[in-house]
Structures are given as C-alpha cells and as structure tokens.
Design a protein around this ligand. Sequence first.
Ligand code: UD1
Length: 419
Amino acid sequence: MDKLAIIGGRPLYGEVAISGAKNSALKVMAAALLTDKKLTLTNVPQLADVEMLARLLAQHGALIDFADGTLTLHAKDIASTEAPYDLVRKMRASFNVLGPLLAREGKAKVSLPGGCAIGARPVDLHLKALTAMGAQIELDEGYVIAEAPDGLKGADITWPFVSVGASEHTMLAAVLAKGVTVIENAAREPEIADLAACLNAMGAKIEGAGRSSIRIEGVDRLHAAEHRVLPDRIETGAYAMAVGATGGELTLTGTDSELLGAALAALKEAGLDIDDTEKGLRIKKTEARCKAVDIVTQPFPGFPTDLQAQFMALMATAEGAATIKETIFENRFMHAPELSRMGAQISVDGQNATVRGVARLKGAPVMATDLRASMSLVIAGLAAEGQTMVNRVYHLDRGFERLEEKLQNCGALIERVKD
Ligand code: UD1
C-alpha cells in the first residue's frame, strides 16, 4: 500500500487548481442511466471513486469514455438492473443507481451499502421516498429488490431531518415519474443544485433545488446533454486550512468562497485573509498562529462535516482551545487519536472534541480510516516538525485529485512512497 512522506514546517505559496466536486460528479454520473442518449460531463476529477462508479455504470450497460476531465456516458440499453454487493459496498454513492434503474426499467436489485467507518449511515429515507412514489420494496439477503411495473408516480415527501443522499436520490427517481413530486426539508448543499442543473439540461423540470422545498414535475423522457461539474468545496476548504496550519499564501483557482458556507466565517475568524480575486480565491495567513474557533457541523450552509477533520488539524496548531461538535455522523473523530500521536492535545467526549492548540506538532507515522481524516493528517504533517508518514493513501486517492503534485507545486515536501 502506498504511503505519503511529508517533511513539515514549510509555508505554502502559489496556485492550486481546484478540481470538480467528487460528491457532485458521483451523483450526476448516476443520471446517465435515466436516458438512452449521451451525457457529457466536464470538470470531472480523476479519482478512484469516479472510476469505481464508472465500472458499475458499465456493468449496467453504459458505454464510457473518460479523458482529460471529460466523461461521456451512454446508456443506450440497460444490460443489467442488478448492482452487486462488491461494487456497492466500497462506495455508498453507488446506491444511487437504484432510483434511475427503477424509474427507467421499472425494476432494480441493488445491494445495501452497509455501514462504514464514520457511522451507521442508513438509507431508510431513500427507501421511504421510493415507496411513496409507488415502488414495492423488499429487502432480501442484503439487497434492495424494488419494482414499479407501471412506473413511478409523483409524491409529497417531507423528511424529519435533512439528508443530502436522500434528496439527490429522490430527484434522480422523480424526474421520470408521472406527476409532481415535492420534497420538503430537502438538503441545500451546492451539489443538489448542481445535480438539478444537470437533470434540467437533460430535459427534467426541477425547481427550487438549493432551497429546502424542491418541486419536480416528471417528464416522459430525458435527452442528451452536457454539464460542467461544480468546483469541489471540500478540496477548497482543505487547502485553505492547510494555509492556516502552515502559513503562506495560496490562490485557489476555479472555485468560489460562497461554496464554503459557514467554513468561510470560521476560517476568517481563525485569522486568515480570504478574498475572491479575478484569479480565484486568495488565502493568506498574516499572523504567526491562527486563533481557536468553535464549530458545529450542520447541513449546508452550516459547517460541513466533510471539513471537520481538516479543521481539527488546523485547531491543533491554533492559539487557545476550540470545541468541535459533530452532529451529522456518530463516529467521526477517528483522526483525533492519530493527531494526538503528532502531539495534538485533543479530548473527545461523545459528539464533542476539545482541541487545545500547541505551538508545534511533531511528525510521526499515522494512518486514517477515511478520506477526510486522511487529509487532516496531511495538513498536520505539513505543519509539523520533522517527517510524517501517512499510511493508507488509497483513502486520499478516492477524493483528492493529484494531491501531492498540487502541494509540491506550492513548496511542500511531500512524496508518494510506493510499496
Ligand atoms: C453526508 C453529508 C454530506 C457529505 C457526505 C459525505 C450532511 C447533511 N451530509 O451526506 O455533506 O458530503 O456525507 O461525507 O452533512 N440518514 C438517515 N437515513 C437515511 C439517510 C440519512 O438516518 O436514509 C442520516 C445519516 O445517518 C446522517 C444524516 O441523516 O446522520 C445525514 O445524512 P446524509 O446527508 O444522507 O448523508 P450523505 O448523503 O452521506
């Protein structure tokens, strides 16, 4: 398994081109199953997760071509309506093929995604929405077996709490349903509006995506379209936090401060100068150390759970004590003990972590069990004295495009060590 060797203590200077958002790319890719015409996606990041979903879509019959960030998907015929365990269990976003297959073919058999390292992550809301749209659903030996022989129909859906995955999945199914579907208490993440923009370019009729009430008027068929995936807000935030931990000045091109939601205010409060310039988002650290800032993870526009680990690495080097509260996932502090191995002072109590910043972290061999946690260790390694060896780089390859190259270009001493 590859590792990343980092010699820390060097500030970052230069430009980083922010990639297309993984979390959006994976959802718009599933939309290709809704039509027998070609879907062309641009600004698609070259990531292990994208390649894995492409393999699943190919298995369903899509012809796929991926070069230089342009991904074309053409599901002229659906070869199989079954998504096997091996392809779904590795990546939760694969589960989203259920809605499109059901909407187009009237049936689907898709493996349940199962739990994952950061918590239980159930899919009950996804299944409730499909059931409300008329699907008959059975669970059998770890598979969801769904049928809608007469097609799906529009429904009024109100959720008790916000779910990004269920909001996206419902849109993916409702675009071909008969009649109108209304989702109340929908998630407002930028990726939801991006998926709606892609579906609308394909001929869907979706209004309100990006707000908490979304209205989808079903259409008979969708057509060919081209869509550019929006910039990755988590990658944007992660590089901004790296500057906070190491010092220096980066311009993040192809992205936008509005995508950061509450993370923008937290980073400014911590002491970073952040400006939208003609070239991109300029991040500059002017003080020797950032200040401690308390955060609570919330659905967008709140502080994103996907940036919590990276923010903890930043707070580990800040002046003062910060409280970090994780409200989205119940087991998302696994980076805390690893950061502690580098000298961070962190105590975890249920949903809350208290981080007392230290003047200098110390390099150490570390490993993480999920993608964002791995990035927090990279940030800590960049700030630490001496060498940090980050194990299990495959997590990072799932979600951060050309990570070491982007950091090397800004002066970081980081190298991949092949096993
Ligand atoms: C979540 C994040 C998303 C992030 C992604 C990957 C939020 C609101 N969502 O999206 O920003 O990019 O993880 O890390 O921050 N839930 C149920 N039943 C369901 C679906 C969800 O109980 O059917 C619960 C989840 O366990 C969780 C909460 O609802 O506690 C929000 O989950 P959801 O937004 O669906 O998760 P993801 O789509 O994975």
